[in-house]
Ligand binder design. Structure first.
Ligand code: HEC
Length: 202
């Protein structure tokens, strides 16, 4: 007669513990997840950066040629990112799998991890246009979205990111002068060149 209630109590205690174990991570994750609107706004800023930069780069390539566009790239890319950072209050930058601008383009630990995920997804057939990776982390006690949108190399990038033979005339010399530690050549179309990365509070 004594055994039954004891076992029942234990069973109940075990069940409560099990439920608590399952419930804690779930509710924490649910709290920290970005809303669809927040994801959409983050993607929109990434899209704006890439579109604005691509427009300005193409215009300059037409007018000044690739070698004459190196400095445009150097000033305009960070300018666009800074402008969007000012507008949103978020951290926004571009990072590379192999880096040209070591000050702005070197990935931090999280960004390095994100590039690894993007590369793996790209290799298993993910579409470059929609390829992204994100994670919510707690920073200073607040949920922060880290987001990375893949930048995949296209044919028109080869003039400045291709093999030595593919670089446009004058580009190698300009790169050597402006980026003595440049690692960002030798890419082939379809390879992961880097990512636009955003850190923002939720
Ligand atoms: C006219 C030459 C030129 C062309 C064309 C060009 N880039 Fe670049 N790219 C640069 C320069 C210069 C930098 C360094 C910019 C800076 O100082 O922030 C750079 C930097 C980058 C970065 C930032 C990471 C890093 O290594 O510093 C990415 C990502 C990138 N380019 C991707 C591309 C892609 C994708 C294309 C084609 C759509 C492309 N680039 C076309 C010259 C070029």
């Amino acid at each position: 007669m004594r055994h039954l209630p004891l076992n029942l109590t234990r069973l109940m205690a075990a069940s409560v513990a099990a439920i608590a174990l399952i419930a804690t991570p779930l509710s924490a994750a649910a709290q920290a997840a970005p809303t669809p609107e927040q994801m959409q706004a983050t993607r929109a800023v990434t899209g704006e950066l890439l579109k604005t930069l691509s427009g300005k780069l193409q215009a300059s390539m037409k007018e000044n040629g690739p070698a004459g566009s190196i400095t445009v790239c150097q000033t305009i890319a960070p300018e666009i990112a800074l402008g969007l950072a000012d507008k949103t209050g978020w951290k926004i930058t571009r990072v590379g799998t192999r880096v040209r601008n070591i000050d702005l383009g070197t990935p931090n630990v999280w960004q390095h991890k994100a590039l690894g995920h993007l590369n793996a997804d790209l290799k298993s057939g993910a579409k470059p246009e929609t390829l992204e990776w994100s994670e919510v982390v707690t920073e200073n006690g607040k949920p922060t979205l880290h987001y990375a949108k893949a930048i995949v190399l296209q044919t028109q990038c080869l003039a400045c990111h291709g093999t030595a033979a593919q670089l446009a005339p004058g580009v190698a010399g300009k790169l050597k002068a402006n980026y003595p530690q440049d690692q960002a050549t030798g890419y082939a179309p379809g390879q992961l060149r880097g990512a636009v990365v955003i850190s923002r509070p939720l």
